[in-house]
Design a protein around this ligand. Sequence first.
Ligand SMILES: [Zn+2]
Length: 488
Amino acid sequence: MVKGALQSVKVRVSEEKKQVVFVEAGQEFIDLLLSFITMPVGMIIGSLIHDKLLKNEMGCLKNLYRSVEKLDENCLQSAMCKDMLLCPRSAVEIHYRKLDLDLVDSSSNQYYACEDQRCDFVSFYQTDHCHCGRPFKYGMKLSENQSFAPQDGGVFVKSTTRIMIDDKFRVDPVSTENSLKLLKELQLTFESTEERWIQNIGRAEVLKLMVCSLVSKTPFSDIFINNPPDSSNYHGKYVPRRPHLSQRVTDNSSDDKRISLKLFIDKPKNRVLYAEAGEDFVDLLFSFLTIPLGYFFKKFPKLPFKGSLCNLYKNIQLLGDSWFFKSKEMKETLVNPKLAPGLAQHNQLIDLDEAPNPSRKTLLSNFKINRFPLSANTNHHDVKNGMGFVKGPSKFMVKNNLSVTPLSASSGLTLMGKENVSAEDIEVRNVIVDKDEALHLLAASLVSKSALTDVFILNEPTKKKNQGCNAAGGNDEDDDDCCCCCPF
Ligand SMILES: [Zn+2]
């Protein structure tokens, strides 16, 4: 069952400017906002699609999600893979149980253990064997609201925390000085603003806030005063890459993992129409759905992300531990997000670690566990984690917007017809994807609707100001010659 406690927050608004100056809230509200950062992309898209709230947010990632939904299970390594991608688990899902609103219903999650009580290993996924070599014998479900842990309150932040969070998602301790600072910034006086209580903030409102945090620079004003913005035009432009980083040809003989790809380029329009790719490239793309949103903000601090959530991330990176975070470990889970155990792939190009598996001892000492035997007739004997999601060898068509379908003899021709591109205008180019390209693809997948063109077609650097999320203490003097997602 999904929890749905309602919350209230105090907001300071300027009726005249139709603007929220700041929200004053306690631990419950800030913990909810922070949980957005820890959620894997597929979990966010799944929640928003479920509630019919997703339009054009999340760049090409929504197309990847839809592609997995439509993909025949026979194309996947196992039936479990679809679940791993469409409902990816979060490394911090156990902590979601303490949130006032359980946005993703983590109470349905199961864990798997072998029969040896001395073995402490617990798996997030039912695969072929436990780490000790024995088969998994039991499923474990954590009973809802049965935590035996001391009820010290707070999830990521201290239970006593009260904060002011402004319309750009910048966080400060509650103080008169900080109130005056924000009023001054907006050229408002205390008298020209008023205090309001927003009551009954439930799941629907929090999900709408999640959408606004992805697409709006003024999420609180949008939710509490104005109407949520129309997200139809909220996909960004991807700042061109540095020429020397682009388009390596397939003759490099280094041992590094790399993926080859055949691009079909519409020459007159200088865009990638589609790519023909093997299962390795599709595995790379699908794995983006398992990555926590916070990783994008960590890895690409200059990403031209349209929303405000990146500001919250930048802000918590800078915040001191003592007054705000529940512990150093909790700050670490937010600032350095990890994949849930079992989601990392062998030979993955994106350098992202898995969180450690929870131990049997930890689960037993913190939760009441409902243990149930697994059916002997299970078809999980040959399921191995980390071996990719897509069965190979196989060929796929990946469109410019990262929509993926199995390749057929006519799929390319059909697309050319649909896009009104003649065969003479097509250039076929072989390229390789290495770690650098994989990172650029990841960045483009969140902020662009044309990821393949943005990453593989060489554009001249433009003298254009970075439109990225630099409101939280960043600066506008970014090097125009450097690609916006360059992590180096
Ligand atoms: Zn074991």
